[in-house]
Design a binder for this molecule. Sequence first.
Ligand code: NAD
Length: 319
Amino acid sequence: MSTSLIKLNSGYDMPQVGFGLWKVNNDTCADQVYEAIKAGYRLFDGACDYGNEVEAGQGVARAIKEGIVTRSDLFIVSKLWNSFHDGERVEPIARKQLADWGIDYFDLYIVHFPVSLTYVDPEVRYPPGWENAEGKVELGKATIQETWTAMEGLVDKGLARSIGISNFSAQLLLDLLRYARIRPATLQIEHHPYLTQERLVAFAKREGIAVTAYSSFGPLSFIELNVKHAEGAQPLFEHEAIKSLAEKYGKTPAQVLLRWATQRGIAVIPKSNNPKRLVENLDVVGFDLKEEEIEAISALDRGLRFNDPHSYDLPITIF
Ligand code: NAD
Protein backbone atom coordinates (compact mmCIF):
# COMPACT_ATOMS: atom_id res chain seq x y z
CA MET A 1 0.00 0.00 0.00
CA SER A 2 1.42 3.39 -0.89
CA THR A 3 0.61 6.74 0.64
CA SER A 4 0.22 10.17 -0.89
CA LEU A 5 3.12 12.59 -0.86
CA ILE A 6 3.53 16.15 0.33
CA LYS A 7 5.86 18.39 -1.68
CA LEU A 8 8.20 20.18 0.73
CA ASN A 9 9.63 23.66 0.16
CA SER A 10 13.05 21.97 -0.10
CA GLY A 11 11.88 20.25 -3.29
CA TYR A 12 11.68 16.77 -1.73
CA ASP A 13 8.52 14.66 -1.40
CA MET A 14 7.46 13.53 2.09
CA PRO A 15 5.02 10.64 2.60
CA GLN A 16 1.83 11.93 4.22
CA VAL A 17 1.54 8.93 6.53
CA GLY A 18 4.48 7.62 8.51
CA PHE A 19 5.39 5.57 11.55
CA GLY A 20 6.23 7.27 14.85
CA LEU A 21 8.99 5.75 16.97
CA TRP A 22 8.31 7.33 20.38
CA LYS A 23 7.89 4.70 23.14
CA VAL A 24 8.79 1.86 20.80
CA ASN A 25 10.71 -0.53 23.04
CA ASN A 26 14.33 -1.32 22.25
CA ASP A 27 13.74 -5.06 22.19
CA THR A 28 10.96 -4.87 19.58
CA CYS A 29 11.99 -1.77 17.62
CA ALA A 30 14.03 -3.44 14.85
CA ASP A 31 11.24 -5.92 14.13
CA GLN A 32 8.56 -3.24 14.25
CA VAL A 33 10.41 -1.05 11.76
CA TYR A 34 11.04 -4.03 9.50
CA GLU A 35 7.37 -5.12 9.67
CA ALA A 36 6.22 -1.56 9.06
CA ILE A 37 8.35 -1.36 5.92
CA LYS A 38 6.85 -4.65 4.76
CA ALA A 39 3.37 -3.23 5.42
CA GLY A 40 4.19 -0.25 3.19
CA TYR A 41 5.48 2.45 5.56
CA ARG A 42 8.23 4.58 4.08
CA LEU A 43 8.51 7.44 6.60
CA PHE A 44 9.92 6.82 10.08
CA ASP A 45 9.78 9.56 12.68
CA GLY A 46 12.65 9.06 15.10
CA ALA A 47 14.55 11.18 17.60
CA CYS A 48 17.61 11.10 19.80
CA ASP A 49 15.24 11.31 22.76
CA TYR A 50 13.41 8.09 21.83
CA GLY A 51 16.59 6.11 22.57
CA ASN A 52 15.96 3.53 19.85
CA GLU A 53 17.78 4.83 16.77
CA VAL A 54 20.27 1.94 16.70
CA GLU A 55 17.45 -0.60 16.69
CA ALA A 56 15.37 1.38 14.16
CA GLY A 57 18.42 1.40 11.89
CA GLN A 58 18.73 -2.37 12.25
CA GLY A 59 15.15 -2.77 11.02
CA VAL A 60 15.89 -0.54 8.06
CA ALA A 61 19.12 -2.42 7.25
CA ARG A 62 17.31 -5.76 7.27
CA ALA A 63 14.62 -4.50 4.89
CA ILE A 64 17.25 -3.07 2.54
CA LYS A 65 19.35 -6.23 2.70
CA GLU A 66 16.34 -8.34 1.78
CA GLY A 67 15.65 -6.08 -1.20
CA ILE A 68 12.24 -4.89 0.09
CA VAL A 69 13.27 -1.24 -0.26
CA THR A 70 16.30 0.85 -1.10
CA ARG A 71 17.49 3.74 1.05
CA SER A 72 16.06 6.22 -1.42
CA ASP A 73 12.58 4.68 -1.04
CA LEU A 74 12.63 5.65 2.63
CA PHE A 75 12.11 9.01 4.32
CA ILE A 76 13.97 8.97 7.62
CA VAL A 77 13.28 11.71 10.13
CA SER A 78 15.20 12.45 13.30
CA LYS A 79 15.38 15.25 15.83
CA LEU A 80 17.95 17.41 17.56
CA TRP A 81 17.63 17.10 21.33
CA ASN A 82 17.60 20.15 23.61
CA SER A 83 21.05 19.43 25.10
CA PHE A 84 22.69 19.90 21.71
CA HIS A 85 21.44 23.35 20.68
CA ASP A 86 24.83 25.09 20.97
CA GLY A 87 26.02 25.74 17.42
CA GLU A 88 29.13 23.57 17.72
CA ARG A 89 27.18 20.61 19.13
CA VAL A 90 24.71 20.23 16.27
CA GLU A 91 26.85 18.59 13.61
CA PRO A 92 28.63 16.10 15.91
CA ILE A 93 25.36 14.87 17.40
CA ALA A 94 23.68 14.65 13.98
CA ARG A 95 26.65 12.57 12.81
CA LYS A 96 26.33 10.31 15.85
CA GLN A 97 22.62 9.85 15.19
CA LEU A 98 23.30 9.03 11.53
CA ALA A 99 25.88 6.46 12.63
CA ASP A 100 23.32 4.96 15.03
CA TRP A 101 20.83 4.59 12.18
CA GLY A 102 23.58 3.31 9.88
CA ILE A 103 22.76 5.87 7.17
CA ASP A 104 24.60 8.86 5.75
CA TYR A 105 21.83 11.46 5.51
CA PHE A 106 18.50 12.25 7.14
CA ASP A 107 15.60 13.11 4.88
CA LEU A 108 14.45 15.51 7.56
CA TYR A 109 16.15 16.67 10.76
CA ILE A 110 14.02 18.63 13.22
CA VAL A 111 14.68 20.87 16.22
CA HIS A 112 12.64 18.84 18.75
CA PHE A 113 11.77 21.69 21.15
CA PRO A 114 12.53 25.42 21.22
CA VAL A 115 14.42 24.81 24.46
CA SER A 116 18.19 25.00 24.90
CA LEU A 117 19.51 22.88 27.78
CA THR A 118 23.11 22.60 28.95
CA TYR A 119 25.22 20.05 27.15
CA VAL A 120 25.41 16.46 28.34
CA ASP A 121 28.26 14.40 26.91
CA PRO A 122 26.80 11.34 25.13
CA GLU A 123 29.54 9.32 26.84
CA VAL A 124 28.02 10.28 30.20
CA ARG A 125 24.35 9.68 29.37
CA TYR A 126 22.54 9.04 26.10
CA PRO A 127 19.90 10.02 25.36
CA PRO A 128 20.29 12.74 27.97
CA GLY A 129 16.62 13.53 28.65
CA TRP A 130 15.74 16.82 30.29
CA GLU A 131 18.28 16.71 33.12
CA ASN A 132 21.97 17.56 33.09
CA ALA A 133 24.76 15.37 34.45
CA GLU A 134 23.89 16.54 38.00
CA GLY A 135 20.24 15.60 37.59
CA LYS A 136 19.01 19.21 37.21
CA VAL A 137 16.97 20.81 34.42
CA GLU A 138 19.32 23.65 33.46
CA LEU A 139 18.64 26.04 30.60
CA GLY A 140 21.41 26.53 28.06
CA LYS A 141 22.42 29.72 26.28
CA ALA A 142 21.92 28.91 22.59
CA THR A 143 19.48 31.14 20.76
CA ILE A 144 17.19 29.62 18.15
CA GLN A 145 19.17 31.56 15.54
CA GLU A 146 22.44 29.94 16.60
CA THR A 147 20.86 26.49 16.49
CA TRP A 148 19.12 27.12 13.18
CA THR A 149 22.31 28.36 11.51
CA ALA A 150 23.99 25.09 12.53
CA MET A 151 20.97 23.16 11.21
CA GLU A 152 21.44 24.93 7.87
CA GLY A 153 25.04 23.74 7.93
CA LEU A 154 23.75 20.14 7.96
CA VAL A 155 21.94 20.77 4.69
CA ASP A 156 25.06 22.38 3.19
CA LYS A 157 27.06 19.27 4.10
CA GLY A 158 24.44 16.83 2.80
CA LEU A 159 23.77 15.39 6.25
CA ALA A 160 20.11 16.45 6.11
CA ARG A 161 18.06 17.02 2.98
CA SER A 162 15.41 19.08 4.73
CA ILE A 163 15.31 20.70 8.16
CA GLY A 164 12.34 21.52 10.33
CA ILE A 165 11.04 22.48 13.73
CA SER A 166 8.73 21.05 16.34
CA ASN A 167 6.72 22.47 19.23
CA PHE A 168 7.26 26.01 17.94
CA SER A 169 4.63 28.69 18.37
CA ALA A 170 3.77 31.24 15.67
CA GLN A 171 5.83 33.88 17.53
CA LEU A 172 9.01 31.79 17.31
CA LEU A 173 8.29 30.91 13.72
CA LEU A 174 7.87 34.59 12.85
CA ASP A 175 11.28 35.28 14.35
CA LEU A 176 12.96 32.30 12.68
CA LEU A 177 11.65 33.28 9.24
CA ARG A 178 13.38 36.66 9.52
CA TYR A 179 16.85 35.17 9.42
CA ALA A 180 16.43 31.65 8.00
CA ARG A 181 18.62 31.18 4.91
CA ILE A 182 16.98 27.78 4.56
CA ARG A 183 13.34 27.88 5.59
CA PRO A 184 11.95 25.10 7.75
CA ALA A 185 10.35 22.47 5.53
CA THR A 186 8.02 21.16 8.22
CA LEU A 187 6.49 22.09 11.55
CA GLN A 188 5.66 19.11 13.78
CA ILE A 189 3.02 19.79 16.41
CA GLU A 190 0.56 18.09 18.72
CA HIS A 191 -2.63 17.99 16.71
CA HIS A 192 -5.92 16.16 17.33
CA PRO A 193 -9.58 17.17 17.61
CA TYR A 194 -9.08 18.49 21.16
CA LEU A 195 -6.17 20.68 19.96
CA THR A 196 -6.69 21.73 16.36
CA GLN A 197 -4.33 24.77 16.38
CA GLU A 198 -6.20 26.30 13.42
CA ARG A 199 -4.31 29.59 13.28
CA LEU A 200 -0.87 28.06 13.61
CA VAL A 201 -1.67 25.47 10.92
CA ALA A 202 -3.03 28.18 8.58
CA PHE A 203 0.02 30.38 9.19
CA ALA A 204 2.48 27.55 8.51
CA LYS A 205 0.65 26.65 5.32
CA ARG A 206 0.66 30.25 4.16
CA GLU A 207 4.42 30.32 4.69
CA GLY A 208 4.87 27.11 2.67
CA ILE A 209 5.76 24.99 5.69
CA ALA A 210 4.21 21.50 5.80
CA VAL A 211 2.55 20.53 9.08
CA THR A 212 2.98 17.11 10.66
CA ALA A 213 0.58 16.07 13.41
CA TYR A 214 1.78 14.08 16.38
CA SER A 215 -0.39 12.29 18.95
CA SER A 216 -3.28 12.17 16.48
CA PHE A 217 -5.33 10.09 18.91
CA GLY A 218 -5.22 12.79 21.58
CA PRO A 219 -5.20 11.62 25.21
CA LEU A 220 -4.51 7.96 24.39
CA SER A 221 -0.75 8.33 24.12
CA PHE A 222 -0.51 10.14 27.45
CA ILE A 223 -2.60 7.86 29.65
CA GLU A 224 0.26 5.37 29.74
CA LEU A 225 2.49 8.24 30.96
CA ASN A 226 0.03 9.00 33.81
CA VAL A 227 -0.67 12.51 32.53
CA LYS A 228 -3.66 13.37 34.74
CA HIS A 229 -5.68 15.55 32.38
CA ALA A 230 -5.32 12.82 29.70
CA GLU A 231 -6.92 10.32 32.04
CA GLY A 232 -9.77 12.78 32.61
CA ALA A 233 -10.45 13.51 28.93
CA GLN A 234 -13.04 11.54 27.01
CA PRO A 235 -11.21 9.03 24.78
CA LEU A 236 -11.55 10.15 21.17
CA PHE A 237 -12.16 6.59 19.95
CA GLU A 238 -15.30 6.55 22.10
CA HIS A 239 -16.51 10.02 21.19
CA GLU A 240 -19.90 9.88 19.44
CA ALA A 241 -18.79 12.36 16.75
CA ILE A 242 -15.95 10.03 15.74
CA LYS A 243 -17.72 6.72 16.32
CA SER A 244 -20.71 7.63 14.16
CA LEU A 245 -18.48 8.58 11.23
CA ALA A 246 -16.49 5.36 11.63
CA GLU A 247 -19.73 3.39 11.38
CA LYS A 248 -20.94 5.44 8.41
CA TYR A 249 -17.76 4.84 6.39
CA GLY A 250 -17.03 1.29 7.59
CA LYS A 251 -13.71 2.47 9.05
CA THR A 252 -12.28 2.45 12.56
CA PRO A 253 -12.30 5.56 14.79
CA ALA A 254 -8.49 5.67 14.39
CA GLN A 255 -8.87 5.89 10.62
CA VAL A 256 -11.46 8.67 10.92
CA LEU A 257 -9.10 10.68 13.14
CA LEU A 258 -6.19 10.21 10.76
CA ARG A 259 -8.34 10.97 7.70
CA TRP A 260 -9.62 14.18 9.33
CA ALA A 261 -5.98 15.32 9.59
CA THR A 262 -4.80 14.12 6.18
CA GLN A 263 -7.80 15.70 4.46
CA ARG A 264 -6.77 18.99 6.02
CA GLY A 265 -3.41 18.56 4.25
CA ILE A 266 -1.57 17.53 7.41
CA ALA A 267 0.88 14.61 7.62
CA VAL A 268 0.42 12.00 10.37
CA ILE A 269 2.83 9.63 12.14
CA PRO A 270 0.84 7.14 14.24
CA LYS A 271 2.58 4.27 15.94
CA SER A 272 1.38 0.74 16.56
CA ASN A 273 2.93 -2.64 17.23
CA ASN A 274 -0.23 -4.47 16.27
CA PRO A 275 0.06 -5.78 12.65
CA LYS A 276 -3.63 -5.18 11.89
CA ARG A 277 -3.55 -1.60 13.17
CA LEU A 278 -0.29 -0.98 11.34
CA VAL A 279 -2.03 -1.60 8.04
CA GLU A 280 -5.20 0.18 9.18
CA ASN A 281 -3.29 3.37 10.04
CA LEU A 282 -1.72 3.48 6.61
CA ASP A 283 -5.09 3.15 4.90
CA VAL A 284 -6.26 6.67 5.64
CA VAL A 285 -6.32 8.48 2.35
CA GLY A 286 -8.66 6.18 0.40
CA PHE A 287 -11.99 7.58 1.68
CA ASP A 288 -13.25 11.12 2.00
CA LEU A 289 -15.09 12.80 4.85
CA LYS A 290 -17.53 15.53 3.83
CA GLU A 291 -16.54 19.13 4.49
CA GLU A 292 -19.21 19.48 7.20
CA GLU A 293 -17.95 16.28 8.85
CA ILE A 294 -14.42 17.67 8.93
CA GLU A 295 -15.79 20.84 10.51
CA ALA A 296 -17.81 18.86 13.07
CA ILE A 297 -14.65 17.07 14.20
CA SER A 298 -12.71 20.35 14.30
CA ALA A 299 -15.48 21.77 16.52
CA LEU A 300 -14.35 19.39 19.29
CA ASP A 301 -11.36 21.70 19.82
CA ARG A 302 -10.85 22.54 23.49
CA GLY A 303 -7.27 23.75 23.41
CA LEU A 304 -6.40 20.61 25.35
CA ARG A 305 -2.66 20.01 25.17
CA PHE A 306 -1.00 16.92 26.60
CA ASN A 307 2.64 17.02 25.46
CA ASP A 308 3.74 19.96 27.53
CA PRO A 309 6.74 20.07 29.89
CA HIS A 310 4.19 20.84 32.62
CA SER A 311 2.57 17.46 32.05
CA TYR A 312 5.85 15.93 33.18
CA ASP A 313 6.39 18.32 36.11
CA LEU A 314 9.32 20.03 34.37
CA PRO A 315 10.04 23.62 35.44
CA ILE A 316 9.83 24.97 31.86
CA THR A 317 7.03 26.73 30.04
CA ILE A 318 6.85 26.66 26.25
CA PHE A 319 3.21 27.19 25.39
P1 NAD B 1 -0.31 8.18 18.67
O1 NAD B 1 -1.36 9.20 18.49
O2 NAD B 1 0.33 7.56 17.49
O3 NAD B 1 -0.94 7.07 19.60
C1 NAD B 1 -0.28 5.98 19.99
C2 NAD B 1 -1.27 5.11 20.78
O4 NAD B 1 -2.38 4.73 19.96
C3 NAD B 1 -0.57 3.88 21.17
O5 NAD B 1 -1.00 3.55 22.46
C4 NAD B 1 -1.05 2.87 20.13
O6 NAD B 1 -1.04 1.57 20.63
C5 NAD B 1 -2.45 3.32 19.84
N1 NAD B 1 -2.90 3.02 18.47
C6 NAD B 1 -2.21 3.22 17.33
N2 NAD B 1 -2.94 2.88 16.26
C7 NAD B 1 -4.14 2.45 16.73
C8 NAD B 1 -5.32 1.97 16.10
N3 NAD B 1 -5.41 1.88 14.78
N4 NAD B 1 -6.36 1.63 16.90
C9 NAD B 1 -6.28 1.73 18.24
N5 NAD B 1 -5.17 2.18 18.89
C10 NAD B 1 -4.11 2.55 18.14
O7 NAD B 1 0.71 8.83 19.62
P2 NAD B 1 2.16 9.28 19.78
O8 NAD B 1 3.06 8.10 19.81
O9 NAD B 1 2.11 10.22 20.90
O10 NAD B 1 2.49 10.14 18.49
C11 NAD B 1 2.90 9.57 17.28
C12 NAD B 1 4.34 9.90 16.97
O11 NAD B 1 4.52 11.31 16.93
C13 NAD B 1 5.37 9.45 17.99
O12 NAD B 1 5.65 8.07 17.90
C14 NAD B 1 6.54 10.33 17.65
O13 NAD B 1 7.22 9.85 16.52
C15 NAD B 1 5.85 11.64 17.33
N6 NAD B 1 5.79 12.57 18.48
C16 NAD B 1 6.52 13.72 18.42
C17 NAD B 1 6.53 14.60 19.47
C18 NAD B 1 7.33 15.87 19.40
O14 NAD B 1 7.53 16.52 20.44
N7 NAD B 1 7.77 16.28 18.24
C19 NAD B 1 5.77 14.32 20.63
C20 NAD B 1 5.00 13.17 20.65
C21 NAD B 1 5.01 12.30 19.58
